[in-house]
Design a protein around this ligand. Structure first.
Ligand SMILES: O=C(NCCCOCn1ccc2cnccc21)c1cc(-c2ccc(F)cc2)cc(O)c1O
Ligand SMILES: [Mg+2]
Length: 214
């Protein structure tokens, strides 16, 4: 039976990356996506912007919406302080299965919790299920039409505090116009656009970093 692209991506990690070395896992995925098959990881160019924001925020609790194969999960987790944790939500069980194996290869399973299901159902349960008070950093990388409703849900569930950072992928391509309009015009956010390119291509894309003002 035919393998899937995430399975081929995982095999490239197991073949080319060193167990327990997150940077080599990131490199192996970027090489696979540049040389073999495009895949919707945040990629190396936007990944460097992600790295700089994570390093600046130094978050203790992180929420990632959209795990896919775990590329950005590994990038973020490899920069977290010792007791920090990341909860990453994935809708597609096949993607979640691959992501768990990529995360294990990087040796980061103790810092990462992969949760399967829709954000609309899981966000209201974060406090009771995972003992989360608020998130220091939220990385939005799931269905682009869910960025805005899920941001409002995070606000309503009291999961954001003064200074919480939202970092959103793909605000240009595929694009999240309603989300951008909201965070750029709401008095409750201070927003900044980081211009970049769609992963592994020359097309424009970028990340939007928004600070929740409370
Ligand atoms: O679609 C994309 N990502 C989303 C995946 C599904 O996410 C579903 N999903 C994951 C958790 C989760 C929780 N609740 C509901 C849905 C939930 C995505 C797409 C592109 C892209 C750009 C140009 C193209 F020509 C084609 C594709 C690039 C990206 O960087 C992306 O991130
Ligand atoms: Mg993306």
């Amino acid at each position: 039976t035919q393998s899937t692209r995430p399975q081929r991506l995982l095999h490239a990690v197991q073949k080319n990356a060193t167990r327990g070395d997150p940077r080599s896992v990131v490199k192996a995925i970027d090489n696979f996506c540049r040389q073999k098959e495009w895949a919707m990881n945040v990629g190396d160019e936007k990944g460097c912007i992600l790295d700089s924001v994570v390093s600046e925020v130094n978050p203790v609790t992180v929420l990632e919406l959209g795990t896919y194969c775990g590329y950005s999960t590994v990038r973020i987790a490899s920069l977290l302080p010792p007791r920090a944790k990341i909860i990453t939500l994935e809708f597609n069980p096949d993607y979640a299965k691959i992501a768990r194996q990529v995360i294990a290869w990087a040796g980061l399973e103790d810092k990462i919790q992969v949760v399967e299901g829709p954000s609309g159902e899981w966000i209201p349960k974060m406090k009771e299920q995972f003992g989360v008070k608020t998130f220091d950093l939220v990385f939005l990388d799931h269905w682009k039409d869910r960025y805005l409703p899920d941001t409002k849900l995070l606000e309503d569930c009291g999961l954001l505090r003064k200074g919480s950072i939202l970092l959103a992928d793909n605000v240009i391509c595929p694009g999240t116009p309603d989300y951008l309009e909201y965070v750029r015009n709401s008095p409750r956010y201070k927003s900044q656009y980081f211009k970049s390119h769609l992963e592994y291509t020359k097309a424009e894309d970028g990340l939007e970093k928004s600070v929740f003002l409370g």
